[in-house]
Design a protein around this ligand. Structure first.
Ligand SMILES: [Zn+2]
Length: 82
């Protein structure tokens, strides 16, 4: 109630998969970004997904990750574990 058509966390997290792949519809991208701007949990999740995507893309190209980035991703995985 009173959320002005904002997406909920569940919906945002579903769309984040496509959002980080750049496959989100334009309207959805705007809504996802609006939600991420105001929701730390979903924003963290989106950042994590972006890092994972970058990690996978880098590995697929056979490139070595910058040490700092690998550390940050490991840290994310550790702190994000249930
Ligand atoms: Zn959220």
């Amino acid at each position: 109630m009173g959320e002005k058509g904002d997406m909920g966390c569940d919906e945002t997290l579903r769309e984040v998969e496509r959002y980080v792949d750049g496959e989100c519809l334009r309207e959805l991208t705007v809504q996802v970004e609006a939600h991420l701007a105001g929701c730390t949990d979903c924003n963290d999740h989106a950042e994590f997904k972006k890092h994972m995507k970058l990690l996978i893309a880098t590995k697929c190209r056979g490139e070595v990750l910058p040490e700092g980035l690998a550390e940050r991703i490991r840290e994310r995985i550790r702190t994000a574990s249930p």
